[in-house]
Design a protein. Structure first.
Length: 100
């Protein structure tokens, strides 16, 4: 059975990005999960709008960092979902089931 690439990509984007956005907002509000956000921001540059760098400021100054990190998560999840579904479909074509 092959995967529908568009549906799988959309599902991956939703499943991965929604918890990440919640984590970014929650970390901006009270500092929960700050180590995970710091690791994420070390891989994805956000300029001076980082959540970690603006930790001592108010929530509104952290919103651009939350938006930038959320866009990175959405883009990453789309790329990963697309690559996985294409690889899965390729392997399904290469190794068909033997039904006799």
């Amino acid at each position: 059975m092959k995967l529908n690439v568009k549906s799988f990509v959309l599902t991956m984007a939703i499943i991965i990005s929604v918890p990440s956005i919640v984590l970014f907002v929650w970390s901006s509000l009270n500092g929960f999960g700050l180590i995970i956000v710091k690791i994420f921001e070390s891989v994805h540059p956000s300029g001076g709008l980082s959540i970690v760098e603006n930790l001592d400021s108010n929530f509104l100054s952290k919103l651009p960092g939350v938006a930038i990190n959320s866009l990175y998560v959405i883009i990453d999840s789309v790329i990963i979902g697309y690559a996985f579904s294409k690889l899965y479909n390729f392997l399904c074509d290469r190794f068909p089931e033997n039904r006799e």
